[in-house]
Design a protein around this ligand. Sequence first.
Ligand code: SF4
Length: 506
Amino acid sequence: MLVPRARSDRSMDMSVRPALPPAGAAPAAPGLPRECDPRAGSLRAGRQPLAGGVGGAVARLGEFLRRHRGAVMAVQVIVVVFYVGMVTVPAFLPLPAMDARMRSSLTLIAQFLFWGLWWPFVILSIMLAGRLWCGVLCPEGALSEFASRYGLGRGIPRWLRWPGWPFVAFLGTTVYGQLVSVYDYPKPALLVLGGSTLAAMAVGFLYGRGKRVWCRHLCPVNGVFGLLARVAPVHFRVDRQLWESSTDARGAVNCAPLVDIRRMTGGAQCHMCGRCSGQRGAVTLALRTPGREVLELSRESVNPWEVRLLIFGVIGSAIGAFQWSASPWFVTVKQQVAEWAVSRELWWLLDTDAPWWVLTHYPQTADTFTWLDGLLILAYIGAAALIIGGWVWSWLQVAAACLPGRRSAYAARLAYTLIPIAGIGVFLGLSVLTVTMLAAEGVHLPGLAWARGLLLAAGAAWSAILGWRLLRAHPAPRAGFWLAFGALLAALAGVLVSWGLLFFVW
Ligand code: SF4
């Protein structure tokens, strides 16, 4: 996960079901002329007419995605061209002058579009619309799938299926992005994003046939996106009974991110590409209560790596990465360690001779990191991950201990209720760059502090409501319920205080 250095800008159940026949009803008879017509859309064999209303409109959107693959691919080509241009061209231009403005600098325009708008709003879009971004717009996924279509088609090796990759990749990109200031300079952006895209294409070329093996197993944001998609109010719903009873003889859908569609119960891995919409008359794009998937998560669906990523990555290390450059604690510790290094004549710690691809090194803008800076950034992010993540994890353990049953399993389930506050926090953290760049252009957003406060409060309330509902579903005595809920609120408070320091105190 790439996190910008904070600038001191202090300066219902809505799942309206389409009119599908009851389970076991016979599907539309194959062989009729209209059903055989591939242009006949949802009336093809095995597909059912869609209901009206909001639910029907959403279901039709899923059908639209399936029927208009050409349009989706055209959009992907446009996004790929835009992405390649935004990432590549600025890296070969001189750095903008200190007083440059967007109207006169392509580099600044690219920085704003890419990091100021694209990135934070991708996070928000996943919480609102699932991984539609991945399936329809992501250039890296599209290129990886394209390479896979013409590649070697090898089987996926076991090492690549290791479930800890999303956690490792997230931490790796978060930390490295801070060390090289990927958000601020085009060369590291090209190195990180371009390298990631090349790796995605190489993995696509080697493994799978028309698949997105990279996205499923190695993409640094796959884990985060999967978590955020779990609270989205829209998903591809699979009616297992209709699926089993369907006599639709059409072949299997090519699900690029390798989802077992028949057994799909959530949106974590689904890229919302729409290719399976209407499959066997059982798959429909549908609305649902935001966060319902978290409440209905089965014990088997709880993924310990996902929980670690959420608590120590998306909450702990991401907050550390957003905080360090605004933190007075960082400055104090740096001064003390620097004095100690001078007293011990450890001059190398204060050298600024690291190349730009190891540590930030731009003498022309007076922005160079010493080795001490690099070490302290690592230490700050690591400490934040352990302290904030440890705080959250400890209180979840306390909450689970107040309930009958297996403590660790229930603590992990409760962790998923923190997805909303984690996602909104990351959105706000990413939007710091947006606000700073707009301010440099003379655009000052009114009520910024209020907006941030309200969004954080909304995220916390959403998490608390999910926690409340999950705990209510647990057969616990009343006292146990209240103690567990109090512990969950304590976990949430730790997250809020950490964001509050960045946005309202420092
Ligand atoms: S399950 Fe697969 S094919 Fe279906 S919408 Fe999701 S990503 Fe596409």
